[in-house]
Design a protein around this ligand. Sequence first.
Ligand code: NAG
Ligand code: NAG
Ligand code: NAG
Length: 466
Amino acid sequence: MEALLRVRLTLVLFFFVHLSLLSRTSSQEIQIVNAERRIDLTSHIIKVFVTLKVENSGTSPALEILFAFPPTLVDHVALFKAAATVGKRKKKTYVPLDVKPTELPNAPNGTKYFSISLLNPLSKGETATLEVLYILTRSLEPFPAEISQSESQLVYVRDSAILLSPYHVKQQITLIKTPSTRVESFTVVAPSNRAGTELKYGPYDDRPPYSYSPILVHFENNNPFSVVEELEREVEISHWGSIQITERYKLVHAGARHKGVFSRVEYQQRGGSGSSSFRHLLARLPPRVHSVYYRDEIGNISSSHLRTDFRKSELEIEPRYPLFGGWKATFVIGYGLPLEDFLFESPDGRRYLNFTYGCPLTETVVDKLTIKVVLPEGSKDPTAMVPFPVEQHLETKYSYLDVVGRTVVVIEKRNVVPEHNVAFQVYYNFNPIFMLAEPLMLASAFFLFFVASVSYLNVDFSIHKK
Ligand SMILES: *[C@@H]1O[C@H](CO)[C@@H](O)[C@H](O)[C@H]1NC(C)=O
Ligand SMILES: *[C@@H]1O[C@H](CO)[C@@H](O)[C@H](O)[C@H]1NC(C)=O
Ligand SMILES: *[C@@H]1O[C@H](CO)[C@@H](O)[C@H](O)[C@H]1NC(C)=O
């Protein structure tokens, strides 16, 4: 019986695999009429914008478009988004499309893909315009790998002059924007040229599927290469009126390593600018923050400035020393927020926290981000809603006055960029009777203390009387 079932399952599976392969082969009849790629290298976080005009030159309708990456690049993709352009000229709007990482059997040279689901099936002869944005982290290689305090930082970036694609590309162009006009060298793939801070590759006509032409650009980039190797954000909800945030940072300057000794005199003479080191960090916090502190292993650091208005707060912090390539800083930022700005009740009676994901530091990459939402005691059945894939599990935390401990929703993600700073929610059930748990514990503690004092006094008296 069981064997029979297994055979059937295998057959069904086989059928589905076959079906999906069929639809894939038919979508190979896609061609890209025009591709425009803009690569922004002005930060240490690389942003790539691609506009694709796709056409179905086959016979069956196409449901998805594949976007290819060489295997070495795909691990650096922190974010991949796609949208369809709807309407013409002034009435243009963008509709976000579903994307998911995909592997294909027999992909040439281990090519990896993202599959973009189209809004409507693309019939024979029809065209659609897609906008793609992807973000790459840790993809600039400092060269030289070590520089002295007064030197500028130069980096390499590797890519292809031609868009890697499983489809035939009729016409394409690539524009690369560098942070300054100092470009040491770039691979020439005619026609290619440079004007100011822009490198232009193309236009190239009629490139067959999987065309690739490696390029190397060597340029100056003195932006702060601010990378948090590990960030733990603890968000503790107390139904007594506040949310307490504690953020533990392990920050590193991920640029060219610092060579030689650090001279504070030289640093101050040059006003601390001109090189790749950085002195200040800017954290964007919600409006109405209070009780802000900033400390490291040694203690509280007072050199921070908080500016607040009704929309946001900006906290500028200054580590004890400027950060040079390879240097690290470990610190903690803490603050309180009013509960009513972030905790709500959903129509079905559940409570939910609506908070911002990601890292508050600007232009910063987080290698590993852990968000711990500590729910009030007595909360049940939590569910977290995050608009991108994350890992989740539950923990229990005990603090003083806790009876059964607090449920902690732990959300983890690798390779986080500022574009991940979007709202996420944690829903949970809460029985208001638990609001009384803490006061009851306090009251009983006082009562016990009272009883103990009285009995102590009694004993004391009895000794006196003797
Ligand atoms: C695979 O890589 C090799 C070496 O880099 C290259 O010569 C070849 O054209 C590639 N094949 C395809 C199908 O991209
Ligand atoms: C640091 O500052 C915070 C908030 O102002 C305060 O609660 C804490 O006691 C201070 N710690 C030290 C070691 O000064
Ligand atoms: C969460 O907050 C954001 C603004 O910060 C808002 O746009 C969004 O609608 C809220 N989501 C929910 C489910 O309340």
